[in-house]
Ligand binder design. Structure first.
Ligand code: ZN
Length: 377
């Protein structure tokens, strides 16, 4: 069979300087978040995964998806609410998600190929394959996810097994029924957007989590001063708070993790990283007041030190620069790396590794050390 996609044409200039990369990412028509959420939600509906449907419905609302489109999604063909591009993506998603060991119907493929670049088609494929795997693992496990799902799963992107674009067709069949196992059990397959330099151990990201040997820090260093995920628009970031903004944010967020005495917040005299985790992230943040201090455990840092009231900090991988005047903090700058909880597979790193020629098996067993890919049906 002829490969349907031309890998040469598909390969973008992947490893430019950071600024150029960001420009590239912005300019190239990558899958827009609203479309990705629709695809994830539709795949979850077909897979019958209650947890996934709940998560993606919330995620869709969080990026201002309309109620009308969310309700209409199962019957999208019969409604006027979806664009031509979205309809092509949904048709393709349904074809791939319903796939067992059959091939993607040619009509669905040709339609999607007309509206998406080869890169994007591979992303859609990866999305569908991983959504199916995740659903198999988590079906019926609603109670197991009864923790505060917001902070834990907001960044739990179903990213995927990164597939080389010209092998996309074969990859679908090759991965049908495959899951990752450790010691004979299907693993908790965590994913995140961008690790920034190294993934994190699960105990770094979730307070109550027990350690798992396959969820430990894995370097994303590819040599030559580059990282596999440096193609991500969130590879490096910077946030800044002036005195009043810092005060306004902390006044809202601190009471959710620690009781504050009396008349609100005292003068903030310092903010420091008081402990670092084994992968090099913030393990504890210390906020110092005129009298006393508060120590924020790593897993709570992203929701406490928010850039905006409605937006969590991108990651716990950051360094702080504090400016003071008259003993009080007047400016706080966080220079950070990556996006998400950093546990398990790095989505942008997986794409970077695929572009560098790694196959999906190598990628998965790198991010989940000691695991094996097993075919369960
Ligand atoms: Zn990474």
């Amino acid at each position: 069979m002829q490969p349907r996609l031309d890998a040469q044409k598909a390969a973008p200039a992947a490893y430019q300087a950071m600024l150029a990369l960001e420009t590239h990412v912005r300019k190239s028509s990558r899958l827009e978040p609203s479309l990705l959420e629709l695809v994830r939600l539709r795949a979850s509906q077909i897979n019958g995964c209650a947890y996934c449907i709940d998560m993606h419905t919330k995620d869709a609302r969080a990026i201002d998806e309309t109620e009308q489109r969310i309700y209409a999604l199962p019957a999208w063909r019969e409604t006027p609410y979806f664009t031509v591009r979205e309809r092509a993506a949904l048709a393709f998603t349904e074809a791939v998600t319903r796939l067992a060991d059959e091939h993607v119907p040619t009509a669905a493929y040709d339609d999607v190929a007309a509206h998406f670049s080869p890169d994007e088609v591979a992303a859609l494929l990866a999305q569908a394959v991983v959504s199916r795997s995740f659903a198999i693992k988590n079906r019926g496990r609603w109670e197991a996810f009864g923790f505060d799902a917001y902070a834990d799963t907001r960044d739990q992107v179903y990213l995927g097994v990164a597939v080389e674009t010209d092998q996309a067709w074969d990859a679908v069949r090759r991965t049908a029924g495959q899951v990752l196992e450790y010691d004979g059990d299907v693993i908790d397959a965590y994913f995140h957007s961008t690790c920034g330099f190294s993934t994190a151990g699960i105990e770094e990201a979730f307070a109550a989590a027990r350690t798992r040997p396959y969820l430990r820090p894995v370097s994303d260093d590819r040599g030559g001063g580059h990282y596999y995920c440096d193609i991500s628009p969130r590879f490096r970031w910077r946030e800044e708070w002036d005195a009043s903004k810092l005060r306004a944010i902390l006044s809202r967020t601190l009471p959710t993790v620690t009781p504050l005495s009396g008349d609100g917040l005292q003068r903030i005299t310092d903010v420091t990283v008081s402990r670092t985790t084994r992968s090099g992230r913030v393990g504890e943040l210390r906020i110092v007041f005129e009298r006393g201090d508060v120590r924020i455990p790593g897993p709570d840092v992203r929701s406490v030190l928010r850039p905006e009231a409605d937006r969590m900090l991108a990651s716990t991988a950051f360094q702080l620069t504090v400016t003071k005047a008259n003993g009080a903090v007047t400016r706080l700058v966080a220079a950070g790396a990556g996006s998400g909880h950093a546990v398990g597979m790095c989505q942008w790193g997986a794409i970077g590794r695929a572009r560098a020629g790694q196959d999906y098996r190598a990628i998965l067993t790198t991010y989940f050390p000691g695991t094996k890919i097993e075919k369960i049906y």
